[in-house]
Ligand binder design. Structure first.
Ligand code: C5P
Length: 440
């Protein structure tokens, strides 16, 4: 049997991983246990969760909003009809923002109002407007907890799928001993973490290249393409949601990078490959979604080239093929490439799979052929066909976010089988020195 300390640290590391990067809306209601919610915020932050606190008026009688603001790093929302707060993150936005809502402590009154579906204060309105899992950590006097009305409300909420965490038994603030104490923060967070599947990429590091590159012609002009970076940003976001540590290497795009990842901005193909190589140490999966310019001017003029009457010629040379080069240098790194084609999608994708020696190619139509799949540059939807050595899959038209999540699931599955196979091979063959993963 594990000693108690060891058991607690196992529990601790399991929930830390599941709560990492999760958006937790913590509701604090009017109970003497409200002060214990401060410890809950601290531990959620330690686990890597983003926490926003909503307090009922009753809660502010016990603890000041300033405490929670300092601990969560965000302003505390309190009133439903506060125009200033609504101008920041309004109640509907808060409801949409959260991955889960935890109310700790949940008073008898709050459970009653939630059971009735009331929306006359900010916290109850958010709970009603949200479709994410709700978890309640009740804390109240033992008699109030035992009361038939409270028990009926709890049964109603549980029947609706609300998770009840506690209450615990023991000595209470009112001097009585019984059931009604707020569950200990450690146990509470472990229960909350059960709401989240362990991410399919937990413990993995993923690098994603995204966007176009710009290849300078002179001081003010460049060669580039129409890539918006939307697919790459969605893939990076989906990898974060799947629990991975993510490094996004992006060419010039108009979007704000997703939260919880390291974004490195580059301009040219040369800068992109240099940045990739500098940060490739420890990466498990490399996903090249960038629309890297294939050619660059052999010599970029330092000043602005003056307009002349006669024709001028631009001499171009190929840019480094980042994906092919990374795969060649690190054969044991799981690599995924993209193929955007205007014709013969399957043949070109299969050819790219072999030519670049990568583990998967995600192919999509572009140009006039893409009208049915909505795959034009800059559009919000797309469809993908995935090819790997001994299989393929079709991901029908969907938003780029949804497609990215499906793609990440497929990559996670393949990578697991692939790395298992590599481990088995290792037992038979000793690979040469270059046949390793970066940094391993
Ligand atoms: O060779 P092609 O451009 O069709 O291959 C597309 C795939 O290769 C994409 O995954 C793209 O990100 C990657 N690529 C690259 N460096 C280049 C050209 C393409 O990484 N110079």
């Amino acid at each position: 049997m594990c000693p108690r300390g060891q058991q607690q640290s196992l529990l601790h590391s399991a929930y830390m991983e599941r709560l990492f990067n999760k958006r937790i809306l913590l509701g604090v209601t009017g109970s003497i246990a409200a002060y214990k919610a401060a410890e809950v915020v601290r531990r959620l932050r330690d686990a890597g969760a983003d926490v926003r606190v909503v307090m009922t008026r009753g809660a502010t009688e016990f603890v000041t909003p300033m405490t929670f603001q300092a601990l969560s790093g965000h302003p505390v929302n309190q009133e439903l009809l506060d125009t200033e707060a609504e101008a920041g993150m309004g109640h509907i936005e808060l409801a949409r923002w959260a991955d889960t809502i935890l109310v700790a402590p949940a008073s008898a009154d709050f459970l009653a109002r939630l059971a009735q579906g009331r929306a006359d204060d900010l916290l109850s309105a958010i709970c009603l407007a949200s479709d994410v899992p709700l978890a309640m950590a009740p804390a109240m006097n033992g008699q109030m907890w035992q009361n038939a009305a409270t028990q009926q409300n709890v049964r109603t909420l549980v029947a609706r799928g609300v998770l009840m965490l506690g209450p615990d038994a023991g000595e209470q603030a009112c001097g009585e001993t019984g059931v009604g104490r707020l569950q200990a923060p450690e146990i509470l967070l472990a229960g909350l973490a059960e709401l989240f599947q362990s991410g399919v990429l937990s413990g993995k590091t993923v690098m994603v290249t995204a966007g176009p590159t710009r290849e300078a012609i002179d001081a003010v002009r460049y060669l580039s393409n129409h890539s918006s970076g939307k697919m790459g940003f969605s893939v990076a976001q989906a990898a974060v949601e799947a629990g991975a540590r993510v490094i996004l290497v992006s060419g010039p795009v108009a979007m704000t990078p997703p939260d919880h990842l390291q974004c490195l901005s580059v301009v040219s193909a040369q800068e992109m490959i240099d940045t990739v190589l500098t940060h490739i140490h420890g990466v498990d999966i490399f996903i090249a979604t960038a629309a890297v310019a294939d050619y660059r001017p052999v010599k970029a003029a330092t000043g602005k080239t003056k307009k002349k009457a006669e024709r001028i010629q631009l001499e171009l040379e190929p840019t480094p093929d980042i994906l092919a080069e990374i795969k060649a240098r690190f054969p044991r790194l799981f690599c995924v490439g993209f193929a955007a084609e205007t014709e013969a999608l399957d043949e070109y994708a299969q050819d790219k799979l072999l030519r670049k020696g990568v583990e998967m190619i995600a192919a999509n139509w572009v140009g006039p052929a893409a009208t049915e799949t909505g795959g034009a540059f800059g559009s919000d939807s797309n469809a993908l066909r995935l090819f790997w050595k001994d299989g393929s899959a079709e991901l029908p038209v969907a938003s780029k976010q949804k497609l990215a999540r499906q793609l990440i699931l497929q990559i996670a599955q393949l990578e697991e089988m692939w790395s298992q196979r590599s481990l088995d091979d290792d037992k038979v063959v000793t690979l040469p020195d270059s046949g390793r993963r970066p940094g391993r």
